[in-house]
Design a protein around this ligand. Sequence first.
Ligand SMILES: C[S@@+](CC[C@H](N)C(=O)[O-])C[C@H]1O[C@@H](n2cnc3c(N)ncnc32)[C@H](O)[C@@H]1O
Length: 268
Amino acid sequence: MTLRDGSVYLIGAGPGDPELLTIKGHRYLSQADVVVYDRLVNKALLSIPSEFCELIYAGKRKHLHAMSQDTINQVLVEKAALGLKVVRLKGGDPFIFGRGGEECDALDAAGIPWEVVPGITAAQGAAAITGIPLTHRDHNQAITLITAHRRSGRLCIDWDLLLQPSQTVAIYMGLSVLSDIVTGLTERGRPPSTPFTVVSRATQPDQLVLHSTLGAILEHPQLAEVSAPALLIMHHRASHLSAPTIDCNALFARSCGSLSNQLAHQDG
Ligand SMILES: C[S@@+](CC[C@H](N)C(=O)[O-])C[C@H]1O[C@@H](n2cnc3c(N)ncnc32)[C@H](O)[C@@H]1O
């Protein structure tokens, strides 16, 4: 399928490893006239569009926005209204804590057609590299994906939801409020022995995985080495946790060098 002129395609870039982009996402990217991309997108993916494609950085970092959300919406609308094929490339999945819904609302309001190409969200990437199954018939029959954010200086978390048994909880954007989360959960009765894992930069060459418990994570000797983006996972997998099973460094080096060639060959 050829991309339609004057449309916007929201594509999930996955959690970091460029090989985790879907084949459909790759095909759409290779046809784009304009790519508006986020900070967490692996820059290796920007070699996929043609040399004539306009690349626009719209990255957001806590309190530091290269572009406001309104401006991003406006750029998408304006570029599509010029008749261009616009790709909005977002980290992970566009519809999971990615403001994809807001962008679709703005496109609808302007009468611009859009389509979403899903991506692997951070929780799936982190689960895969840590060996923590997000669901398991014997332990956890549900998954909660939750964001830890502050509103008016207060942590806004649905604690009752997090205290439900038999689930895996993946907390996005929670690193800066880790101690509030640990305190909130333990004060409300979650056992300190609950397995708790912090995954920093999952599927990237410098990924870091700290397996611990709710009661001990704040004292983990490597906690200070954790950097954003990081995901917090509360789970049931106390036994046979191991170091990441994938050699991400080798994988990454291979990915960056060969992804475009391999898929361009398939496309051609
Ligand atoms: C604005 S949200 C975007 C989520 C994205 N749409 C997704 O589906 O993964 C950014 C947060 O996702 C998490 N995240 C994204 N990529 C990650 C990665 N490679 N490793 C760990 N956490 C990640 C972090 O919690 C980060 O603060």
